[in-house]
Design a binder for this molecule. Structure first.
Ligand SMILES: Cc1cc2nc3c(=O)[nH]c(=O)nc-3n(C[C@H](O)[C@H](O)[C@H](O)COP(=O)(O)O)c2cc1C
Length: 205
């Protein structure tokens, strides 16, 4: 296909709006990836500037940014509280595409976190209470005992959201759309946020 008219090309689809382009790519991924098309690698840094990365799930997206949920006392939660600068990376293997997103995070509102928490299965809501995410676990039995304790504490269907469990919204300052092309002459289009709108540039592969 002629590259300039290929609707999947970042240069063709929504040239001025990276979030619309992201949504178009995500819709294609959702239709084709075998599982978790919304999985993304989240990178944070510690107090010494040392990076760490792990997968999380994208659970919300609007013009403000990219939302994920986690335990605020986890390693990532502590790191983001101390340094809000973060990066996300999506890789859709079957599409051979990558999207990189960078910017600071902000906390989602308690109402947003409550709404998403309430949408999760009861077992996941109990798990959020039982798991001291990222801290040492002596045995699987310790975790199972914590789950049993929380099931007894919250016998009703309704389980309140723990104060230590909420979400972050990454406010994109830079997005890069990468698309596989023959002979590794890949296509890379970058969007930099301006006071109003976006500046775009294309990079050598
Ligand atoms: C596909 C996938 C999706 C995941 N989604 C989440 C998520 O949305 N939130 C979360 O806290 N952990 C998620 N995890 C687990 C994290 O990768 C990680 O193990 C955990 O959050 C602890 O990370 P930390 O010690 O760096 O804080 C996911 C793991 C995988 C493989």
């Amino acid at each position: 296909m002629d590259h300039a008219t290929d609707p999947a090309s970042p240069a063709t689809a929504s040239p001025g709006d990276p979030l619309a382009l992201f949504e178009a790519w995500m819709a294609e991924a959702a239709a084709g990836e075998p599982n978790d098309p919304n999985a993304m690698c989240l990178a944070t840094v510690d107090a010494e500037g040392r990076p760490s990365a792990r997968m999380v799930l994208l659970k919300g997206l609007d013009a403000r940014g990219f939302v994920f949920y986690t335990n605020l006392e986890s390693r990532k939660g502590e790191e983001l509280a101390a340094n809000p600068n973060a990066a996300l990376c999506f890789h859709w293997k079957s599409l051979r595409r990558q999207v990189r997103i960078e910017g600071p995070v902000e906390a989602v509102t308690p109402d947003e976190a409550d709404a998403y928490y309430a949408s999760r299965p009861r077992g996941s809501r109990i798990g959020a209470w039982a798991s001291r995410q990222s801290r040492p676990l002596t045995s699987r039995a310790e975790l199972e005992a914590a789950v049993a304790e929380m099931e007894a504490r919250f016998p009703e269907e309704s389980v309140p959201r723990p104060a230590h469990w909420s979400g972050f919204r990454l406010l994109p300052q830079r997005l890069e759309f990468w698309r596989d092309m023959p002979f590794r002459l890949h296509e890379r289009q970058v969007f930099h946020r301006l006071a109003a709108g976006w500046r775009t540039e294309v990079l050598f592969p």
